[in-house]
Design a protein around this ligand. Structure first.
Ligand code: F6R
Length: 615
């Protein structure tokens, strides 16, 4: 969603902020802006649409600038007020001396706006953010100290915020504050940064301080001071970011999404590294902080997540129940938080999130924590807010994922669940030794099998071309691959804007079949070796009888099925229980090539954001 970059230092301030915002672009946005300290003045630039527009605007007005010494930049994903220049950040107070950028939502903005209007503040935008500018300016006029003014003001805000503030009367100072929205300070040599996420600063420094809720950062080019809500200085740990700037390069691929799909074999190896290395050795999962007795006595697991991560959870239910016999409930975070749940201290609650910042999942996890459940977080961002709520944390180590549509984080989360399920099974003794060894052997082979798919994508590309003109799609599967059907359909929707729905194949005849005709292709995921192959084959026949065009995604070598299906996407053979790792890849590629063929903005689909930090 929105992104913040602040910089104080001797480099070209405009370039540093633009670069930082570019590295946050993947989060999704609709407008951008920058405020620059230039001599005695603060100059504000805002544009609608992509960052290139802001870059061009700054370029065309270059002659206005003498030599900016610090600045704050923002990309906005509209929540309050439509995407427009007036609603884009930075926002200013009435006299224009104070500027602010903000991520999050101020829930009490209406009350604050009324109070400030009565005081004479003139509002220009429809945003919740503008109240912060007026509020801090009002406080500053009273206390004449920007740090105090920010502290007093944020204490009046309800909701979530990461804010950066500059004031014309306080040269070369940026103040940042956060609550329920991420913010970090990047430490450089004679330069410092504030940002809402690490990619914004990774090109310049790896030294980072993560702000906690209610903390305030007072940043100049030569100093960083962090205080708590009472103004006491806090000594914070300086962490070193694990990523290299190269992670933000497409490395010759046309899109980040394609690059990230191709990274998946190595991502799987990474997840397995040190955890599953020998089929005769137990899984090493030291991240799980539950003792053996607790694991043995576990009666219920709840998995809470959104979107693609929720689909991982759906597959995980099959995997965990199959390996351990423990009952697993899977629920969308946005549903979990608005009902009376049965979560209690004996429940293992697992939050799954690539970003670790999804507002609904964070709220759900907090609710579960209040009920004293053990919280296990599976995430690609061990530095995230969600990770900080964890009693046990499994970082999935997929590396930074730039494409909004999740791919490699999906596969990394999935592999983590296999390891978790086997770990629990080993503690409980629920799997037979021979089965366990074969299973581990197969898991170790998975990267090679994914490589096999990626080494020849011609059929998938041809299929994409053939089907790109259809306006609707149905994906069907059963069992553990039902999650793949949901995920495959979601991928297609997200990046090509084609309407696609995943169904349990057995449900087709209970309603959706009414939609079938030659305009509604059906993609069937049918992996032999399990108990549902023949059933899905029959469901596909039923679709064929209604003139639907059919695509098979299968490892079956049976050439008879080639007559039933219009296209057969063949994948390597693997046990049905492990097959979601294999079947997800052609689904990702099919969605990618259809979107690419249609000329869509693959990495930054419209209306979507990489971190959904609002409810
Ligand atoms: C789709 C996608 C989203 C996210 C969802 C939850 O490609 O990435 O559906 O999975 O917004 O986000 P996280 O996983 O960050 O909690």
């Amino acid at each position: 969603m929105c992104g913040i970059v602040g910089y104080a230092g001797n480099r070209d301030v405009v370039s540093v902020i633009l670069k930082g915002l570019t590295n946050l672009e993947y989060r999704g946005y609709d407008s951008a802006g920058m405020a620059l300290r230039d001599g005695d003045d603060i100059k504000v630039y805002k544009t609608l649409g992509k960052l290139i527009n802001l870059k061009n605007e700054l370029e065309s007005r270059k002659s206005e600038l003498i030599q900016p010494t610090c600045g704050i930049g923002h990309i906005r994903w509209a929540t309050h007020g439509s995407p427009s220049i007036v609603n884009a950040h930075p926002h200013s107070c009435t006299c224009g001396k104070l500027v602010v950028v903000h991520n999050g939502i101020i829930e009490n903005y209406k009350e604050l706006r009324e109070e400030l209007t009565v005081k004479g503040c003139v509002f220009k935008s429809q945003t919740d953010t503008e109240v912060i500018a007026h509020l801090v300016a009002d406080e500053y006029s009273k206390v004449k100290d920007l740090e105090k003014a920010v502290r007093n003001s944020v204490s009046k805000l309800q909701g979530a915020y990461a804010v950066c503030v500059m004031h014309k009367n306080v040269p070369d100072l940026i103040i940042g504050a956060r609550k329920h929205a991420p913010m970090l300070v990047g430490i450089g040599d004679g330069e410092n940064f504030i940002a809402s996420d690490t990619p914004a600063i990774i090109e310049y420094t790896k030294k980072t301080i993560y702000l906690d809720d209610n903390e305030i950062a007072i940043v100049t080019k030569d100093s960083v001071k962090i205080t708590d809500a009472d103004g006491n200085e806090v000594v914070k740990k300086v962490e070193v970011l694990p990523w290299e700037p190269i992670a933000l390069s497409k490395l010759g691929y046309k899109h980040f999404m394609l690059k990230e799909i191709h990274e998946q074999p190595d991502v799987i190896r990474n997840v397995l590294n040190g955890k599953l290395y020998d089929i005769d050795a137990p899984i090493v999962l030291n991240e799980v902080k539950l003792d053996k007795d607790t694991i043995k006595n576990l009666k219920k697991i709840e998995i809470i997540a959104c979107g693609t991560s929720l689909h991982v959870g759906m597959a995980a239910k099959y995997i965990i129940e199959n390996f351990t016999g423990i009952s697993v409930e899977v629920e969308a975070s946005s549903e979990y938080i608005y009902r009376k749940t049965t979560t209690d201290a004996s429940t293992l609650v697992i939050g799954v999130s690539q970003s670790g910042e999804t507002a609904d999942t964070i709220t759900a996890i907090k609710q579960a924590k209040e009920k004293n459940a053990h919280i296990l977080i599976v995430t690609n961002r061990p530095d995230s807010n969600m990770a900080r709520l964890a009693d046990s944390l499994i970082p999935v180590n997929a590396g930074i994922e730039v494409s909004v549509a999740a791919t490699k984080s999906y596969i990394a989360q999935m592999i983590s669940f296999y390891l978790l399920a086997i770990h629990i099974a080993e503690v409980k003794g629920t799997l037979d030794d021979v089965y366990l060894k074969n299973l581990k052997h197969e898991i170790i082979q998975l990267p090679t099998k994914v490589e096999e798919i990626l080494s020849n994508t011609t059929t998938i590309q041809e299929c994409a071309k053939k089907f790109s003109s259809f306006k609707n799609f149905i994906y069907i599967a059963r069992g553990v691959n039902l999650a793949t059907a949901y995920e495959g359909a979601l991928k297609l929707k997200e990046i090509s804007y084609i309407n696609a729905t995943g169904y349990a194949a057995g449900e087709l005849k209970h309603g959706p079949i009414a939609m079938l005709d030659e305009t509604m292709p059906v993609l069937s995921i049918l992996m032999p070796g399990g108990i549902t192959y023949e059933k899905i084959l029959s469901n596909s026949e039923e679709a064929k009888a209604r003139n639907a065009k059919l695509i098979a995604l299968t490892s079956s070598k049976d050439t008879n099925i080639d007559a039933l299906f219009d296209v057969v996407l063949r994948v390597p053979q693997v046990s049905e229980i492990l097959s979601p790792v294999i079947t997800c890849v052609p689904c990702q590629l099919l969605a990618y090539y259809i979107a690419e063929f249609l000329g869509k903005d693959v990495d930054q689909p419209r209306n979507l954001a990489k971190s959904v930090t609002v409810e």
